[in-house]
Design a protein around this ligand. Sequence first.
Ligand code: ACO
Length: 331
Amino acid sequence: MHRSFIAGVGHYIPEKVVTNLDLEKIMDTSDEWIRERSGIVERHFVADDENNADMAEKATHKALDRAGLRVEDIDFIIYATLSPEYFFPGSGCILQEKLGLGTIGALDIRNQCSGFIYGLSVADQFIKTGVYKNILLVGSEVQSRGIDLTTRGRDVSVLFGDGAGVAIISRSENKDRGIITTKLHAEGKYIKELWCEDPGSVKNPRLSHELIDSISHWPYMNGRYVFKNAVTRFPEVIQETLKEAGLNKDDVDLVIPHQANMRITEAVRMRLELPEEKVYSNIHKYGNTTAASIPIAMSEAIEEGRIKAGSLVCLAAFGSGFTWASALIRW
Ligand code: ACO
């Protein structure tokens, strides 16, 4: 068996900044409410001519540079998003064409906030078993076009932002570094607590004027219920991963949680009794970028020198499904 490691990470954030004060101008909300409840100060939205895979393409070039690899070294794409360009085909195919990658395989993953770690786990299996050498793993979201930016949708829409992060997962013969383990979970009985009901094939026809009038095409979130589950599942899955690796929380140099909400991150940090410097947070700048939040955070943590060769890094996520997951990586 081979070992897989993260050879390079990159991210791209669209230029347009939308502050809490900007949101105050278009809905009944306040900077104070948003900061207190979520820690978010601003987020970024895509430009009119910018789409999901455009951001992923930019992040990919950055990650390849850092990995010292060329586009043609990529032999498979895994693409995690809940906001793809189209219902079908997947964004992985769009990115493959943009990168000029001929006929290599492209797999889309629909696991929302946990999508990047689910994708990492799939990539890890392919690399370990020798099927591929360099997998491009993407988390990218255009949330701004799928949220109700009026007072009616304020409980959800103030939380989200756009962006992309990617990692190149490569084969390593060095057994001292790389992905140690990943853990994946789901609990489908809670699908309706955080979901976007329409358009989907449950309705016949899939799309109608009545459906749009019923506003079921905007995401719904039972915020308090999500909060309660998240603060339990995050620590649980982190402990599960550490236990399997025979390590404990004090061995970890940096925990990178999915950037859902500052209050969730703080509650998780306190439950695990970790010092502030060991838990990464950049939600104040970007809001919740769903599948993109972990790779964006990883990329920034590397730039800031908070992840170095030899660092033990724990990734963890929780989100719609419910799904939750974690990964332990020796850098
Ligand atoms: N601005 C101003 N007021 C608002 C807003 C807003 N954007 N949204 C809701 N309110 C109002 C509500 O209408 C309500 O008013 P009322 O008391 O007059 O009825 C009041 O604020 C309180 O609303 P609650 O829903 O009770 O607010 P709560 O304190 O529960 O906070 C929140 C809501 C932030 C969503 C919280 O439940 C939470 O943190 N949940 C976690 C969910 C989360 O972060 N999800 C991220 C996506 S999922 C994931 O990535 C894991």
